[in-house]
Design a binder for this molecule. Structure first.
Ligand SMILES: Cc1cc2nc3c(=O)[nH]c(=O)nc-3n(C[C@H](O)[C@H](O)[C@H](O)COP(=O)(O)OP(=O)(O)OC[C@H]3O[C@@H](n4cnc5c(N)ncnc54)[C@H](O)[C@@H]3O)c2cc1C
Ligand code: SF4
Length: 574
């Protein structure tokens, strides 16, 4: 019998711990018009659209007080915690900024050449014609960390009160209606005791609240449970690890790859692929994305990406170049069936990745998140005009009648078949693509990544030794993020530490930031006649200050909670 992460889930009662009534005395609460959590594409688009709409109704804007729209972001600034491929479909930018010329967008311009390769260890075979999900003609290459900063400036110019370095720690609900959020405390030590610079959190109260927390939303997850909004299908996740390189020769096309270094065998369940995008003349972004339902405990997306860079095709692209940025993040991949049944609750909307709004075969979520944010703004504006924001179902209606529904519905059964192996999965996904999403029909259920059993295999045997030039270890990767988490901050990761070795090893390998370590002596003690006894219990060592908040641990048996505002990576180009 194999062990699964779900067998050792920590005791986290998400909506009992993270949902509650306001606690500050009434005169100390911070009252604003609308509260938005998350300065990513969804949250910032919501904030900007709302200010545009309020401009047309000054009386309504005035009635919302001194701060009609407030947005909290846990990163150092909007963009600091953002990471994406990123190839952006432009429709949402056009809608949000009808008067801004495309040449003024913070992008590296549109794409006109695509190649998809099927990879073996030495060869790269182009797939022709380019399979439809990989066609990106007209899409723009971006850094979402840069887009976040640009949108943040636009939001502030429009009058949005942006609070960076502020984590929303608790959802405030009173009489069944969302009232806002409580921000997290700052300045506690490892044991949770206040330091000299301690600042308690505050209740931020608004007439409506939008959760746009992105992947693995801390409050979104709690709200979905509290208001019973979940779909019957669980969400699923992929983990993406990305690097930005300065290169000597400009890359003249967008590259996607399938196959090596991922393994085909159904028993490994390794699903994913890579991307290599040109960022202007002198830079490229590249990354590898893999499903978190893999089974080999020695599989590590960070190290598989290092291996990928040893391929002759990729080596040619990187030749003479220098790595200038690194990062990691999860992507919701449950798609249409895993989207919450309801996207709104009294006083609340959930937008973007927090509601699984990603088209995984196309690897597109930025424009869907932006559209969702704008729809939330429009529904809230309509409700504010009526004088009652308890019913925000206008948001659900807008999403269901939009590109978000159309896009995710078309690809609704494409990810699930890959649980049966790459070849069968590929054949089914192809049939789905050719038939415009009609065949095979029905509802292919998603599964919980944490319930997939793991075993100790040998994936780690082929990872290259870091050479510090083309291949790197995890700690130098974390260093490249500008991570600002205090070493003595309270542990923000909830996980069982006393677990069978196969789970401990799986976490050690999974985490791209080297947060988990199995002590060497425990590993030795589990070795008998050269074989490792994976069922032996070990005590996992944790270094939470390395965490880059990618979210993988929440998918695979633990729970990430937001650390103190300002902690974590300070991504600039990812
Ligand atoms: C490796 C990778 C490659 C991808 N490639 C592409 C691509 O090429 N094209 C594409 O369109 N999409 C791509 N995506 C998906 C895309 O990046 C996401 O769909 C998109 O960023 C979602 O936007 P969002 O605003 O919902 O969430 P996010 O971009 O995740 O933003 C959420 C923000 O909320 C903040 N936040 C979260 N919780 C809290 C809290 N409690 N308090 C305060 N702040 C909080 C976070 O710090 C973050 O800034 C990719 C994703 C990954 C990981
Ligand atoms: S500890 Fe942090 S960086 Fe590591 S897997 Fe969990 S969320 Fe990602």
């Amino acid at each position: 019998m194999t062990v699964s992460p779900a067998d050792y889930a920590p005791d986290v009662k998400s909506y009992e711990e993270f949902v509650g009534p306001p606690t500050d005395p009434e005169d100390e609460r911070i009252e604003v018009g609308v509260v938005i959590v998350g300065g990513g594409p969804a949250g910032l688009s919501c904030a900007i659209r709302l200010t545009q709409l309020l401009e047309s109704d000054s009386q309504l804007a005035e009635s919302l007080g001194e701060v009609p729209v407030a947005l909290v972001e846990k990163g150092k600034t909007t963009g600091s915690h953002l990471l994406s491929g990123a190839m952006m479909e432009p429709s949402a930018m056009r809608k949000l900024f009808p008067d801004v010329d495309e040449s003024e967008w913070p992008t590296y311009g549109p794409v006109d050449k695509d190649t998809v390769y099927f990879m073996t260890k030495r060869r790269a075979i182009p797939l022709q014609p380019t399979p439809p999900p990989f066609r990106n003609h007209g899409n723009h290459v971006i850094s979402v960390a840069q887009l976040g900063r640009w949108l943040g400036e636009k939001a502030e110019e429009a009058g949005v009160y942006v609070l960076p370095e502020t984590a929303a720690a608790k959802l405030l609900v009173e009489d069944g209606v969302v009232r806002g959020v409580r921000t997290g405390d700052k300045g506690r030590d490892r044991e949770g005791d206040p330091l000299g610079n301690f600042e308690p959190g505050s209740d931020l109260i608004g007439r409506a609240t939008v959760l746009a927390e992105g992947t693995q939303g801390h409050l979104a997850g709690a709200a979905i449970g509290y208001f019973d909004m979940a779909s019957e299908d669980p969400p699923q996740w992929e983990l993406g690890v990305k690097e930005v390189w300065e290169v000597e020769k400009p890359l003249d096309r967008v590259i996607h790859t399938l196959g090596w270094p991922l393994r085909f065998g159904a028993k490994y369940r390794e699903f994913g692929g890579s991307f290599v995008y040109p960022m202007g003349e002198d830079k490229i972004s590249m990354g590898l994305v893999a499903g978190l339902d893999y089974r080999d405990a020695t599989f590590s997306v960070h190290d598989v990406l290092q291996e990928f860079k040893t391929h002759p095709l990729i080596r040619r692209v990187l030749a003479g170049g220098k790595r200038v940025a690194w990062g990691a993040k999860t992507i919701p991949s449950g798609g249409y069936w895993a989207m919450p049944e309801q996207l709104s609750a009294p006083g609340l909307c959930i937008a973007g990745d927090s509601a699984s709004m990603v088209n995984i075969p196309k690897l597109k979520g930025v424009h869907l998140a932006m559209h969702a944010g704008m729809f939330a703004a429009e529904a809230i504006f309509e409700a504010l005009k009526k004088g009652d924001t308890t019913d925000l179902s206008g948001y659900d209606e807008r999403v269901h009648d939009s590109v978000i529904e159309k896009d995710t519905h078309r690809s609704r059964n494409m990810r699930q078949p890959f649980a049966k192996g790459f070849l069968l999965g590929g054949a089914v996904a192809n049939a789905m693509e050719i038939s415009g999403g009609r065949f095979p029909g029905g509802r292919w259920h998603t599964h919980d990544d944490a319930q997939v059993g793991v075993f100790i295999g040998n994936r780690d045997k082929s990872y290259p030794k870091p050479d510090g030039k083309y291949t790197f270890d995890k700690l130098s990767s974390v260093f490249a993020t500008g991570n600002a988490t205090r070493d003595d901050a309270p542990n923000h990761i909830r996980i069982e530490k006393d677990v069978p070795l196969e789970l401990a090893l799986m976490w050690q390998n999974m985490c791209p930031a080297q947060v988990y370590e199995v002590p060497e002596d425990a590993l030795e003690a589990a070795r008998e006649n050269g074989e490792i006894d994976g069922s032996k219990k070990v005590e996992l060592q944790i270094t939470p200050s390395n965490c880059v908040q990618c979210g993988a641990i929440t998918a695979k048996g633990g729970r990430l909670t937001p650390p103190e505002g300002g902690h974590g990576p300070n991504y600039q180009q990812t």
